[in-house]
Ligand binder design. Structure first.
Ligand code: DC
Length: 234
């Protein structure tokens, strides 16, 4: 089926951390000519903003009032470059910083703040106005776009996800251990699923994907087939 004959839709890809959601969402968007929005990067950028401004104390507590006051003047954008999509915080490329362990250690706490979520959800909805978008995160199919035409919920066991993430981080030359990465993955799962404000949960109409035993190519082919089915329906 040619993608030209298909109607533009919203594709929501949710799931646990380090399931490879971003990799598959990005590949799909590129293949079908859709815009890709990584909402995790947006929560990471706000976390970096809080760190840069001293809003996170040594004990990990957050000065929420100051952080919330800083949000209206804060811009978060995505730039498409030959090195791939880069996250810009107030115009500066922060892609490398937001992927580090320090941001990862605080991001779930920041993402649990209701006012931060409201601010970012508004920004995410604005991206989807024209449809033709692939968005990945935790609450895209439940909260951001409950009527998205295609919703995928990705999962894999924590040990599988930690192994993938550990390989990724060490390949980037970052100093960490498998145990540290596994602890971070499990800690984020717990906070993401138990927070009061839009916790991570599967939308009732989502399609499940456990990609533990799938190659990237198999996963990409599976996703394209789901897209063609969803976009072909009136
Ligand atoms: O997908 P990621 O690991 O880059 O996400 C970083 C954190 O942001 C993760 O702990 C959960 C949170 N997040 C969220 O709460 N809602 C989203 N839509 C996306 C991410």
């Amino acid at each position: 089926m040619s993608s030209k004959s298909l109607k533009p839709i919203i594709i929501a890809i949710d799931g646990y951390s380090s399931t490879g959601k971003s990799t598959m969402a990005k590949a799909l968007a590129q293949k079908i000519g859709y815009r890709y929005v990584d909402t995790g990067a947006m929560y990471r950028a706000v976390t970096l903003l809080a760190m840069q401004n001293g809003f996170i104390a040594a004990d990990g507590s957050v000065d929420e009032t100051s952080l919330i006051a800083a949000l209206p003047a804060t811009t978060i954008d995505f730039a498409v470059t030959p090195a791939g999509q880069r996250t810009l915080l107030n115009g500066s490329d922060v892609e490398a910083q937001i992927r580090g362990m320090e941001v990862s250690a605080h991001v779930s706490t920041i993402a649990a703040i209701a006012a931060v979520r409201r601010d970012l959800v508004d920004r995410q909805r604005a991206y989807g106005e024209q449809k033709g978008i692939v968005m990945d995160g935790r609450d895209i199919g439940t909260t951001v776009f409950p009527s998205a035409e295609l919703k995928i919920f990705v999962n894999a066991p924590a040990a599988v996800r930690a192994t993938r993430r550990f390989k990724e981080l060490t390949a980037q030359g970052r100093q960490t251990t498998y145990e540290e990465v596994l602890a971070n993955v499990e800690h984020r799962d717990l906070i993401d699923t138990t927070r009061a404000e839009s916790p991570l949960r599967r939308a009732a109409d989502a399609i499940d994907l456990d990609n533990s035993l799938m190659t990237i190519d198999e996963q990409n082919d599976w996703l394209i087939a789901q897209y063609e089915k969803a976009a072909g329906r009136d």
